[in-house]
Design a protein around this ligand. Sequence first.
Ligand SMILES: [Fe+2]
Ligand SMILES: [Fe+2]
Length: 367
Amino acid sequence: MNGVGNNLDFFEDDELETLEELDDLEEPDDPEEFSLECVDRNNTVENNLGFNPFINSIFPVLFINDTLKIISSNKACENLFTGFFKLEGTTFIDAFSRSFTQHDLRDIRDTVVTGKNGYSWKGIARVKSRETITVETRVYLFPTDMVSKNPVEFVVMFDDVTEENKRLLRSVFMSLLEASKLKDNDTGKHIIRVNHYSHRLAEELYNRPGYDRIDADFIDNIGFLASMHDVGKIGTPDDILNKEGPLSDWEWTVMQEHTKNGAFILSTYPNPMAKEIALCHHEKWNGTGYPFQLEQDMIPLSARIVAIADVYDALRMERSYKPAFTHQVTIEKMLERKGIQFDPALFDVFYSIADEFDRLYEKNRDT
Ligand SMILES: [Fe+2]
Ligand SMILES: [Fe+2]
């Protein structure tokens, strides 16, 4: 039994509800035998067109047959997906089962098998692993032989839009951040430093036991979204935001609202981490923070990381109500708050790389 038969059977089976079950598909009994069924890359499309225009193309392309088996891929495609999975010798569904929605996978199957929409399909694929940030691509599928009534081979072309989409998304939120900076008395360098510290701490956690949920996307995202922690201050009245001296009770209540305002502003950001950081960066490990008095693991990990980064930098900076503290004094003050304000395990990791925080501060000093 080979993988293709299994996959098509799967689609016919109404009892199976999720494509997760594709993981359970049997491997071919004899991989050698299985690979013999795959056509060599150089011969694949030449059989139909007389030459293969995609071999040296800059566009990542792979070829599948009418049973959804991947028969070959070009160099650009292999480069794009290196580190994710092996392409040749697998079925398209096996290789990309987690990259498309269930609906899209069915649609692709229908396109190839039944000729739906003139044997053509387009959509989006998201490919991720723990080690690499998510690759987002536009996908175009069409027959290699455009004039055949019953095509047996198909081109799947990928257009990597990861950077393009990320730049577009982040530029919108950077504009919001710039707007909030017009009001907030924190300097621009503060938020850049908080990004750096948070990124570094998350990177360190990646290799530590117990932090499996931290992946390349988490590290990349926190390195941008940490800067958004106080974006909600855009809604705080100027006289409270810039007041010198202690705030009255009601002023303090209004000030605390910046967490909820930030979560509201960032609610349209596709990754929930944005909202988590804005909402929870003032929560404390012992449950005495705000706005919801969350405690311990109830506080999202991203917010616990940013809390350490933000406080470290706030202590290093001169503010209207305090002098700038040295690195050593800052660490001593924070150590007193371990297990009270800060996640103790996270604090220990921070403590082990604290010198790097100092270097990041010096490198990105306010001028
Ligand atoms: Fe804040
Ligand atoms: Fe801050």
